[in-house]
Design a protein around this ligand. Structure first.
Ligand code: URA
Length: 438
């Protein structure tokens, strides 16, 4: 088999066989095919696409490029959750204790953030002492004992995805639906859960700007799940403005604690209840979505979800006092208010610009080796639909880099669109795609 022939075949729009796909993934991962040939194939895939068989074959080839986690020693149905990435998305921080408090085991492997979307692992590291590198036997023991554990995903899971993603990142081939779908699903398959709930984001802060593209991505991933016998459900959700009010690692942990106390922002709580109830359904803990929502709301109200968060932090060596004394979280030296100079209503908040501003303030990584400032980020004071008058605070910047405040502040101000009329409501959840919908 020659790589040249595969590139030519795909360039002509002819489907590749599973053997051909496995060949290029394996050989590339082993360093036997050069970047320039794989780049050419990725670009051919970008323009020609992959059919359902090819997408499933690519997913399995990537999943099998490394270890597959064995979660069978954990009793119960293990449900994983994945978001395609958004600004201020701290749902995983809320969902891990919330779903575990309902009695469903959560064995979560998460990543670090790159660019303007943060990673759950970075966020958790803002809790003093929190260990995110557990040995496999410690991870399993903790899930059996506490019902939840969260660890940093190791390089041993789907290593070919790492190499392919890095190449896509520099060859303008990231935003291809079959390539995103196979990248996400390969890691989920390798992570070993029995069912997956996906949060597919759409809007100004997401890969999929258009709702119809987000549906296509959701359907592609649910189809892959169906082909490989992994129960998969996808929610298509709004990322046209940041989720909740806070963007930045410690600031998002603080907001997650407020949400677990039942005092979170409405959009964040709504999304957590929607994703969480799908996780309970997939784990066969409840029979209907409504029952799931009801149970989760009770666990927020009676303090059990918050107590579960405390247990998880303690089990992983963290200082659980942060829950009662949030001043123990890292805090930046500078807090700067950004005010509005017009009257009207907030029509939109460009989530990508907010994410980039948070990154400039120190909250994100520009390259994979850059250091992040756990205290940095920003807190929105206004959301879409809110009324504003000149002089009102739009957001508060948190940073240890005072030299960047002017530039970041302008970006935050520019990300707000102010108009005269109150805008109509935008749905948080556009739709749900299950195995019967594909
Ligand atoms: N997230 C992933 O894991 N992979 C992609 O290709 C895009 C988003």
């Amino acid at each position: 088999m020659r790589m040249y022939d595969l590139i030519l075949k795909k360039r002509r729009g002819i489907s590749l066989t599973a053997d051909e796909i496995e060949f290029f993934v394996k050989k590339y991962d082993q360093g036997e095919i050069p970047d320039y040939q794989v780049s050419a194939l990725l670009m051919a895939i970008f323009f020609r696409g992959l059919d359902a068989e090819e997408t499933a074959a690519l997913t399995l080839a990537i999943a099998d490029s490394g270890d597959r986690a064995d979660l069978s020693p954990i009793s119960g149905i293990k449900v994983d959750k994945h978001s395609t990435g958004g600004v201020g998305d701290k749902t995983t921080l809320v969902l891990i204790p919330l779903v575990a408090a309902a009695g469903v085991p959560v064995a979560k492997m998460s990543g670090r953030g790159l660019g303007h979307t943060g990673g759950t692992i970075d966020k958790l590291e803002s809790i003093p002492g929190m260990k995110v590198n557990l040995e496999p036997h410690e991870f399993i023991e903790q899930v059996n004992r506490v019902k939840a554990a969260v660890v940093a995903q190791t390089g041993k899971l789907a290593p070919a995805d790492k190499k392919l993603y890095a190449l896509r990142d520099v060859t303008a081939t990231v935003d291809s639906i079959p390539l995103i779908a196979s990248s996400v699903m390969s890691k989920k398959i390798a992570a070993g859960a029995d069912a997956i709930v996906l949060d597919v984001k759409t809007g100004s802060g997401a890969f999929m700007r258009k709702v119809e593209d987000a549906y296509k991505l959701a359907k592609t991933m649910v189809s892959i799940g169906k082909k490989v016998n992994l129960h998969t459900v996808a929610l298509v959700t709004n990322m046209d403005e940041p989720l909740g009010m806070s963007v930045g690692n410690a600031l998002e942990v603080l907001e997650a604690i407020h949400t677990l106390q039942g005092n979170g922002p409405h959009d964040l709580e709504q999304l957590c209840l929607a994703l969480g109830s799908q996780m309970l359904l997939a784990a066969k803990k409840v029979k209907t979505e409504e029952d799931g929502q009801k149970l989760l709301k009770t666990l927020l109200k009676n303090g059990k979800a918050l107590e579960k968060f405390r247990e998880i932090i303690l089990a992983q060596g963290g200082n659980a006092e942060v829950i009662d004394n949030t001043a123990l979280l890292p805090r930046s030296s500078v807090q700067e208010k950004i005010t509005v100079t017009a009257d009207g209503y907030v029509q939109g908040i460009n989530a990508e610009m907010i994410g980039n501003a948070a990154m400039m303030l120190g909250a994100g990584r520009e390259t994979k080796d850059s250091e992040i400032d756990l205290a940095a980020g920003l807190v929105l004071e206004k959301k879409v639909g809110d009324k504003v008058a000149s002089g009102d605070i739009l957001a508060i910047l948190h940073t240890n880099k005072s030299e960047i405040i002017e530039e970041a502040g302008k970006m935050v101000k520019d990300s707000f669109i102010i108009g005269e009329k109150k805008p109509g409501p935008i749905p948080m959840i556009y739709g749900i795609i299950g195995p019967n919908d594909v």
